[in-house]
Structure formats: C-alpha cells, structure tokens
Design a protein around this ligand. Structure first.
Ligand code: ZN
Ligand code: ZN
Length: 422
C-alpha cells in the first residue's frame, strides 16, 4: 500500500512520510478557512508561499486569484497539474475539530456560511504535496512541472478566467494535463475511465411572461403560474420521451418562483433548471427540446411576450484522452495494489477541468480518489445504506484525512511521472 514497499530506493518518495504531518496541518487550516468562488485570496497566498519555498517560479493573480507555479528541470515533457481552490455557500455540519465557522459576502451581497463541502481543500493539499516531492528529488525526473491552482470551479468561471487572462500565452503548452477529485468511495481507492468522465452541465433561467390580475378575475389575466406549472410537467417528458434508452440525461427544475399573495395573479414566473448530459448530440437535443416546450407552453397560454431563456452557467464534458489515460492507468497499476484501481462509469457531476485540455488542444486525464473511511464504507454498503454516506456538497461531507491525503499525493506524482522520466 505504501510507496516504500514498491519503490524502496526511489528518491521521489524519500520525503513523503516526513511531509505528511505538515500537509495535514495545511489541509485542516485550509478547511477551517474556506473561501467562496473567485474570492480565494488567502488560499492563493498560502499556495504561492508553498510554491516559492519549494523553488518554483510563481505567477499570482492569473484569472483573478489563480496561481501558476513552474519548475523547470531540463529537457523533457511539460506536465500540467491542476487543483481547484474554492468552497461553497454551505453551513458546515461535520462536527470536525477543524470545521469551518466562516461567513462571507457572496456575489449578490448576501452574507452566507462557507464550507469546503466539495473537497477542494484536499485537492490543493494533494498538489502541494506533489510539487514538494518533485522539488526535493530533481535527480529522479526531467521536464517541467506546471502546477495550476484555479479559482471558481463551483461557478464554472475559474478555468475560463485563467484562460482569458492569457494562460496559454504566458506559460508553456503542456504535453498532458492531469487533475483529480475526492469522491465518496473507500479512502485511497482510485476510480477512473477512458472517454467521458464527467457530464456536461447547463443551467438556464426561464422567465415566463403573463398578465396579472385580481385573484377573483382569472378571465382578466394570463396566468403565469399555470403556464409555469404546465411547462414544468411537460419538461419531464424530455428525458422520458425524447432521450433514447441507451443514452442518458437529467433535467431538474431546481427553482420555480411566482407571485407572493393568495389572491393576486402575478405578471411573471421564473424557472431555473439544470441539465446533465454525457454526449454533445444528446445535449443539443435536450436543450432544443427545452426551448421548444417553453415557447410552445407560453403560446398555448396566450402569453403576451415570448419567454426569456438565459444561460446561467455551462460545464463542458470532461473527456479523458484514450492514450494518456492508458499511460496513467499503467503507471497506477505498477504502483498501487490491484484492488485500489477501479474502473468507474461517467459521473453525473460536472467540472470545468475539461476547459483546459479542450481549448489548449492538449490531452487531459481526470480521476477520482475515494475519501470515506473504508470500514464505514464497507459497512454501509453491506447494510444497503450506501446512499446515507454524505456526498460532495453535503454539509456533512468530510473526507478522512488518512489515507485520502497520501493517496492523492501519490496518485498525482505517479501519473505525472508517467511523462516526467529521468
Ligand atoms: Zn463541487
Ligand atoms: Zn468539486
């Protein structure tokens, strides 16, 4: 299970055990001080300090709070390693000694609780562990390590912000881009697949226009409440009637707002919905169906104005390059015991990691690392209670520090070294 058994003399691993207490401290500190998307200044400072101490060339403020660290070590491939830094507006309920009590002001000016409920604190710590190990064993590899700490993953803004801020012009083009995410699964177990690894996601806001009136005189109104209700019901038929059995999609209406009094018919209704797809054709089909249904329902109601459909955010599919994935899996299998590497299906989660590879035209590979206590996980599974295990974005989500921490550091280093050979 540990590096010593498989690579007794590899200098890259010489300092891992020594580094772990320091990484644990860094992790609990970041966990206790979460920051909202695009506000990650404290985390970025900590990351920049770590990179500088380890001897990396550091550029801060890339895409607002993003940080890039470069370590050149002779001729060889450039490997980009990515971690995301942001937390979520969730009130932590884990009861951990290092739980967050932080509140912050969100983009709308509201005071909200903040929590690392998606494990990005773990991602930052993994990458710091990896950059430290590369820095202390330069004789064991050749090439360039490019560490990218990105802001704003949770709002699909950070990767694009770094790209728009000249990431591709200011830094060397990587031969491969690697990223990883902590997920509910036995701690230390690594899951991945070739091809699509996370879904595309589209969030839309739809404003339906009616015509208000007194509640006692429906004949004088065009009721947006009924229009919205019919629209929501009809939207359910997209997945059930328009998506083929072998394909899959999710259409979730997460918000439906209209009116405020029992006896007043309001002027308009607002629907916010989220779409997940695993294939571009399916995505286009679902988005087309939404537009068609929304417009047709408004017309059926005699709406005075066409509905207004506004995209809120968008995540592209994350697709693991076939050849690069094979290279990563081969390296993992050589290092980790067989039962620690598992092939997963595509996850109905979304990530902006894919933007880097897709827009830079570089192969990328993304994988998952389990973070749940293995005994608790096995017990829950045996008792048919797997769905009770807190998932990412739950106020109860809390990875066990060990062996999640070392597993992610090891996985990142091993994957990178499939390119960075001496
Ligand atoms: Zn998340
Ligand atoms: Zn995440």
């Amino acid at each position: 299970m540990s590096s010593e058994q498989t690579h007794p003399s590899d200098p890259v691993w010489a300092k891992l055990d020594e580094l772990l207490p320091e990484l644990e401290q860094l992790y609990t500190d970041i966990h206790a001080h979460p920051e909202l998307s695009m506000q990650e200044t404290r985390t970025a400072d900590a990351v920049a300090g770590q990179l500088r101490t380890a001897g990396y060339e550091v550029t801060t403020g890339v895409g607002k709070t993003g940080v890039v660290g470069i370590l050149r070590n002779g001729e060889g491939p450039t490997v980009m390693l990515r971690a995301d830094m942001d937390a979520l507006p969730i009130k932590e309920a884990t009861g951990a000694a290092y739980a967050s009590t932080v509140e912050a002001t969100d983009a709308e000016g509201q005071t909200v609780p903040v929590m690392h409920a998606c494990g990005h604190d773990m991602h930052v710590t993994w990458l710091i562990g990896a950059i430290r190990l590369f820095a202390q064993a330069k004789s064991a590899w050749r090439g360039t390590v490019m560490a990218v700490f990105q802001p704003g993953e949770e709002i699909a803004e950070g990767a694009q912000a770094m790209i728009d801020d000249g990431l591709f012009d200011r830094f060397p083009k990587p031969d491969v881009i690697l990223g990883q995410h902590v997920m509910p699964g036995p701690a230390g177990v690594i899951g991945g697949r070739t091809g699509v690894i996370t879904s595309a996601a589209d969030s839309l806001q739809i404003r339906l226009f009616g015509s208000g009136a007194h509640g006692s005189m429906p004949q004088a109104s065009i009721d947006p409440v009924v229009m919205a209700a019919a629209t929501v019901m009809r939207l359910q038929t997209i997945v059930s009637r328009e998506v083929a059995a072998a394909e899959s999609a999710v259409v979730t209406v997460g918000a439906l707002q209209a009116g405020s009094a029992a006896n007043v018919i309001p002027d308009e209704a607002v629907i916010k919905l989220n779409v997940r797809t695993f294939d571009e054709n399916t995505r286009q089909r679902v988005l087309g169906a939404i537009e068609r249904i929304v417009n047709a329902e408004a017309k059926a109601s005699g709406a005075p104005k066409k509905p207004e459909i506004t995209p809120l955010d968008r995540y592209d599919l994350v697709v693991n390059d076939a050849e690069a994935s094979q290279q990563v899996v081969t390296a993992f299998r050589r290092y980790f015991a067989g039962d620690r590497i598992q092939e997963t299906g595509p996850a109905p989660a979304s990530e902006d990691f894919g933007s880097f590879g897709a827009q830079w035209h570089a192969p990328s590979v993304f994988w998952f690392v389990g973070g749940i206590d293995p005994e608790a996980y096995a017990k829950a599974k045996k008792e048919g209670r797997s769905n009770e295990i807190p998932t990412n974005h739950s106020p109860h989500f809390l990875p066990v520090i060990h062996p999640t921490l070392e597993a992610g550091v090891e996985a990142m280093v091993i994957a990178a070294r499939a390119w960075l050979t001496a």
